[in-house]
Write a protein that binds this ligand. Structure first.
Ligand SMILES: O=C(O)C1=C[C@@H](OP(=O)(O)O)[C@@H](O)[C@H](O)C1
Ligand SMILES: C=C(OP(=O)(O)O)C(=O)O
Length: 425
């Protein structure tokens, strides 16, 4: 296991950053292209562990996915088992692949990293069962499990519990046009990360699927899924640490190709970062964030943008007052229990942290060096990188875990600081 001594910023950063494609859009585009009535081209999809695992899983079910320079050419095929699929630690594969597997002819087993075995998935598996699919999960509601595909899914009216992950809704909606009766999905409770559900609905509509909001959820009409060629937007959640660097160092960072309109939750950074003292401007080059004299605290409900919590929490630990982040109980089921992990890391560098049932209170304190874990969580490495800008001597173990969504993050970070060494040992 290697560790990374995070470089401290010796001067304000001043950089223009180009980021790879969105994980969430790439995953949806792959699944819909795989279920479509003809071939689709994905231009500049994200190539990272999560999306490579999704492509491998679809290939294992009979989908053709050819690499052509920076693009993926997806050719749907007859979906078949038997197959074993490695979901790694990807929530997108864990929740988007099983409804596709249910359409395959033969059993498909989904397994992954040790932590995947702890990620909640009963909402999805019970939802699929209500659609008429047989699943063996040993009664755990978690991976590993086997979906016994018969080549067809009934679908119809189902009520699901998506309180632990919006991906339960997205996974079912993505495949639903291929169910005999479509899907009339009702929610049993709340759902976090609504922008991600909206992203699913809009991507379905782009593929010609008839999908509508109902009083209790969403209805997808049965019918063909049209192929679509698309250019994948940059990943705005992965923009967060780079933009945060502008705040921490009082510098300026521009993220290129910021979409004028998007369903990505990272778009909320445009409203959240000014609360923390930044000036944000859309320029011809992209979204430009300029830091102020200090980082200001944040009091916010992050339920819609839970993915941004680790980097925002790191900023809070460097702010000039106490912060309170709420609405993110479901982060306890992410790559790690992120509320616990953030508590440990922020405390290690000198903050006082109180865990709430659904969030964190963070009071900055005298800063101190620390060696911290990555918790197999890409966003914890990114959070540590933000802390290390201002706290000398922050070392993060196993930084390679960023490969989940941004394999060259460490090199990019060193480039941002003009530090070619980027000591990884
Ligand atoms: O649908 C998606 O692409 C995602 C939805 C969200 O999941 P949760 O609702 O489980 O937080 C988000 O955190 C995850 O990173 C990606
Ligand atoms: C929660 C995340 O990932 P996943 O898709 O694995 O749930 C994330 O990327 O922050």
């Amino acid at each position: 296991m290697s560790s990374w001594s995070i470089p401290t910023a010796s001067q304000p950063v001043d950089a223009v950053v180009t980021l790879p494609g969105s994980k969430s859009i790439t995953a949806r585009a792959l699944v819909l292209a795989a279920l479509a009535a003809g071939p689709s081209r994905l231009v500049r999809p994200l190539r990272a562990r999560d999306t490579d695992l999704m492509a491998a899983a679809l290939r294992a079910l009979g989908v053709g996915i050819e690499v052509e320079e920076d693009d993926w050419l997806v050719s749907p095929g007859r979906l078949h088992g038997s197959a074993t699929v490695d979901a790694g630690l990807a929530g997108t594969v864990l929740r988007f692949l099983p409804p596709v597997a249910a359409l395959a002819d033969g059993p498909v087993t989904v397994d992954g990293d040790p932590r995947l075995h702890e990620r909640p998935n009963a909402g999805l598996l019970d939802g699929l069962r209500a659609c008429g699919v047989r699943i063996d999960d040993g009664g755990r509601g978690k991976a590993p499990f086997t979906v016994h595909g018969t080549g067809a899914v009934r679908g119809g009216a189902v009520t699901v519990d998506a309180s632990e992950s919006s991906q339960v809704v997205s996974g079912l909606l993505l495949a639903a046009a291929r169910f005999a009766e479509g899907l009339d999905l009702s929610l049993a409770g709340g759902v976090p990360s609504m922008p991600h559900v909206q992203m699913t609905v809009e991507t379905l509509a782009e593929h010609g699927v008839q999908v509508e909001r109902t009083a209790t959820g969403w209805r997808v009409h049965p019918g063909p899924i049209a192929p679509v060629d698309r250019v994948v937007e940059p990943d705005l959640s992965n923009a967060a640490p780079f933009l945060a660097a502008a705040l921490v160092t009082g510098g300026r960072v521009t993220v290129r190709d910021w979409p004028s309109r998007t369903t990505q939750p990272g778009a909320h950074l445009e409203q959240l970062l000014p609360v923390m003292g930044a000036a944000v401007e859309r320029t011809d080059a992209g979204l430009q964030v300029t830091g102020g004299q200090t980082v200001r605290p944040l009091v916010a409900d992050l339920s819609e943008v839970g993915e941004l919590t680790p980097v925002l929490a790191a900023l809070c630990a460097l702010a000039d007052g106490p912060s309170r982040l709420t609405g993110v109980a479901h982060l306890r089921g992410h790559e790690t229990d992120r509320l616990q992990a953030l508590d440990e890391v922020l405390t290690a560098v000198g903050a006082t942290v109180t865990q709430l049932p659904d969030g964190l209170e963070i009071t900055p304190g005298p800063r101190r060096s620390a060696e911290v874990d990555s918790y197999a969580d890409h966003r914890m490495v990114m959070a540590a990188a933000v802390l290390g800008l201002a706290v000398p001597g922050v070392v993060v173990r196993d930084p390679g875990t960023v490969a989940k969504t941004l394999p060259d993050f460490v090199d990019r970070w060193s480039g941002l600081l003009g530090d070619p060494v980027g000591a990884v040992s």
